[in-house]
Write a protein that binds this ligand. Structure first.
Ligand code: DQA
Length: 141
């Protein structure tokens, strides 16, 4: 089993963007925290892109061994293409958001992904990714 963590648009700006919603940690800090948390329990891969098509291609190439932690960021609320790629590959995934999207603008409360996810975690900051990793380590199917 490999835990694959995919972060979408603007998450490369963590540490610089709206700290009230996203904290002060950087993407590198986040990835290190996940690695430290998982260490020795699973293989981990990371991918970040600001481009919808690149994310879709990355998702298309995931294999049977992959378990996906996906923060599609703004694309969560817009992307039928990402939904279709997830349905095509059938990769088990947990949808994660750093901020509590339900306490923000109404347009963030619509997700094209939630109903096909194993589960959704929002508002727990970086801890949401760690909880999702623990879920996959305990539930490998
Ligand atoms: C986000 C929430 C999205 O609404 C937003 O567009 C993001 C990040 C989060 O992690 O809280 O870029 O997915």
């Amino acid at each position: 089993m490999r835990i694959t963590v995919v972060n979408g648009p603007n998450l490369n700006m963590l540490g610089k963007r709206e700290s009230g919603f996203y904290g002060t940690f950087t993407l590198a800090d986040l990835e290190k925290a996940i690695l430290d948390h998982v260490k020795g329990r699973a293989e981990v891969a990371f991918y970040q892109s600001n481009h919808e098509g690149e994310i879709i291609t990355y998702l298309q190439n995931l294999g049977e061994n992959d378990r996906l932690i996906l923060n599609a960021a703004s694309l969560t609320h817009t992307s039928i293409g990402i939904r279709d790629a997830l349905n095509a590959t059938k990769v088990p995934f947990v949808e994660v958001h750093i901020s509590n999207v339900y306490a923000r603008e109404e347009f963030r409360q619509k997700s094209y992904l939630s109903d096909i996810a194993r589960g959704v975690i929002a508002g727990l900051g970086a801890d949401g990714y760690l909880a999702a990793a623990d879920y996959f380590i305990r539930n490998q199917k």
